[in-house]
Design a protein around this ligand. Structure first.
Ligand code: C2E
Ligand code: CA
Ligand code: CA
Ligand code: CA
Length: 276
């Protein structure tokens, strides 16, 4: 793919032979990651931009392997999606998030929502709603405390998406569109699907200060969300100037390094208890 007009075929082959066995080994290790307790969830706060309170957290998967160390999700999620492991890993994530909600409830920590990332593969699994239902039941969780983050690419098949979203809506979980604005057919599915929340992709938020196109798109998404009665969250908020801009535009929530990086469960807990 990257070879057109490049100096030699050799370069391409070197890259292949290096990447290939590595990926195989990684896959072998990934297969055992759940049972070896190598996966954890970190939690990143979503903050109400009017009063600064944490209203929810996004669960972000972390894999710490003895051989590879910390492998970023951008590397292992695509592998898991390809070999089907995403189903068991994804179910583990949902189970773990519900367990966390239960644990925080027992500790008397104020009720916040946990948002989990769902890969398109998982979402199109016909009994995906059962996976959600089972976890909620197992830990007796109020469905409104669980949020399902899907991307636009998960919604490509209108019919199956609509059926699944209706089932999820009936269960009572919240549904958000992740990386909003980066996929296709956004406006049509906003019309058809029962969506609760739009997450403005961080690529738009990054340059809202300097790029007038990014500012315009961000404003438009915020206003669109408002007129459709949806919640709106800006992702990748790193600077105070972005906070001011978003607050000015009445964006409800922000998420990003400005507020906090994703934290291990215990650290998130301290934050929620206001110890730190
Ligand atoms: P995402 O869902 O768009 O998650 C946001 C990513 O942006 C996270 O990267 C987060 O750590 C990072 N981030 C948060 N705030 C900032 C900021 O202010 N600036 C910048 N530059 N980045 C920020 P992370 O944790 O490496 O995750 C990458 C992607 O991996 C996620 O993107 C999501 O697509 C996927 N992922 C993570 N956990 C899961 C999971 O449990 N299941 C699935 N299917 N995918 C997951
Ligand atoms: Ca996400
Ligand atoms: Ca995102
Ligand atoms: Ca993303």
């Amino acid at each position: 793919v990257k070879n057109n007009g490049s100096p030699g075929v050799g370069f391409y082959h070197d890259e292949m032979t290096q990447a290939f066995p590595n990926r195989m080994i990684m896959e072998t290790h990934l297969r055992r990651a759940v049972e070896l307790n190598e996966l954890t969830l970190h939690y990143q706060p979503q903050v109400d931009l009017q009063n600064g309170e944490i209203t929810s957290v996004e669960a972000l998967l972390r894999w710490n392997n003895r051989k590879f160390g910390a492998v970023p999700p951008s590397e292992f999620i695509p592998i898991a999606e390809e070999n089907g492991l995403i189903h068991s890993i994804g179910a583990w994530v949902i189970d773990q998030a519900c367990l966390q909600l239960k644990t925080w409830a027992l500790q008397g920590i104020k009720q916040i929502r946990i948002a989990v990332n769902i890969s398109p593969k998982q979402f199109t699994q016909t009994d995906f709603d059962q996976v959600i239902m089972n976890a909620l039941k197992k830990y007796q969780i109020d469905p409104r405390l669980l949020e399902i983050e899907i991307t636009e690419s998960a919604m490509s098949n209108m019919n199956t998406t609509l059926i699944m979203l209706k089932k999820l809506k009936k269960i009572g979980v919240k549904i958000s569109v992740d990386d909003f604005g980066t996929g296709y057919s956004s406006l049509n599915y906003l019309r058809l699907f029962p969506i609760d929340i739009l997450k403005i992709d961080q690529s738009f938020v990054r340059e809202i200060q300097s790029e007038c196109k990014d500012a315009a798109i961000t404003k438009t998404i915020i206003h669109l969300a408002h007129s459709l009665g949806l919640e709106v969250v800006a992702e990748g908020v790193e600077e105070i100037e972005q906070v001011s801009f978003l607050r000015n535009e009445q964006c409800q929530k922000g998420q990003g390094y400005f507020f906090s990086k994703p934290l291990p469960s215990e650290e998130m807990e301290k934050k929620l208890l206001d110890i730190v």
